[in-house]
Ligand binder design. Structure first.
Ligand code: DGL
Length: 256
């Protein structure tokens, strides 16, 4: 039955697990099939065409196996491919992500808001439109942080290397930034380290919970919610076919 099919959750690697956590918290009875493309990560330093092709291929393979919705749990893949994805897979909801700039600037009018994301997300049209809408409400500073993706892929969420990188990257904004948007799904796993690198009252925003709510809305609109309240399954797959990456994925799913 269609309602029992899994929701596919896709990311360039392990970052989308931060979104999978939010989806499970909101809809524990749903079934999930997570696919991370760690063999090709990071996506954020690749060309638009490359990221689009990798994303289309991954979703196409998941679609052929039978899914009822696809969550693109990656800001970078969303920027590159959300339009062709929705055209090609028009019979299922395809939910994308964008940096949570809107809530940040609405809650911090005329203050300084940092947007941490990949270089691709920050240079693409989708983000330019977002900036056009909101950059008169606050001072918005875009900061590409590709190395943070690598830290998470390695499972390095704290320690001297993470701290040194963040202090170099965020140090110049430490006193000024009132809020930071975690505009890449890998970054919520580094939330504590990022928090320490900013002034204590700075507020952090990420799009995971909003994406989970949007997924629920889309499923409800199409009458696709799984029935009953028994716990759904979670299957995790990765293009890097090693036990270590699967172990790390499960470990990240357990991180608070
Ligand atoms: N997790 C991805 C995002 O939300 C991208 C990480 C990468 O560069 O692969 O943008």
């Amino acid at each position: 039955m269609k309602k029992d099919l899994p929701i596919a959750v896709f990311d360039s690697g392990l970052g989308g697990i931060s979104v999978l956590k939010e989806l499970r918290a909101l809809m524990p009875e749903e079934n999930y099939l997570y696919f991370g493309d760690s063999a090709n990560a990071p996506y954020g330093v690749r060309s638009l065409e490359d990221v689009r092709n990798l994303t289309m291929k991954a979703i196409s393979e998941l679609y052929d196996r039978g899914i009822k919705a696809a969550v693109i749990a990656c800001n970078t893949a969303t920027s590159a491919a959300i339009i062709p994805l929705r055209e090609r897979f028009s019979d299922i909801p395809v939910i994308g992500m964008e940096p949570a700039l809107k809530p940040a600037v609405l809650e911090h009018p005329h203050e300084c808001v940092l947007v941490l994301a990949t270089a691709l997300t920050l240079r693409e049209e989708k983000f330019s439109h977002l900036m056009e809408r909101y950059d008169d409400r606050a001072e918005v500073i875009s900061l590409p942080c590709p190395e943070l993706v690598e830290f998470v892929e390695r499972g390095e969420l704290e320690g001297p290397n993470v701290e040194a990188y963040l202090s170099e990257k965020l140090g110049p904004w430490r006193e000024k930034a009132d809020a930071a948007v975690l505009g890449c799904t890998h970054f919520p796993f580094l939330r504590e380290a990022i928090r320490k690198a900013l002034k204590p009252e700075a507020v952090l925003y990420d799009g995971g919970a909003g994406t989970a709510r949007q997924t629920r809305r889309q499923l409800e609109l199409r009458n696709l919610r799984r029935e009953g309240d028994d716990l759904g399954f979670v299957e995790i797959e990765n293009s890097l076919k090693t036990t270590e990456i699967l172990y790390r994925s499960c470990w990240l799913l357990d991180q608070t």
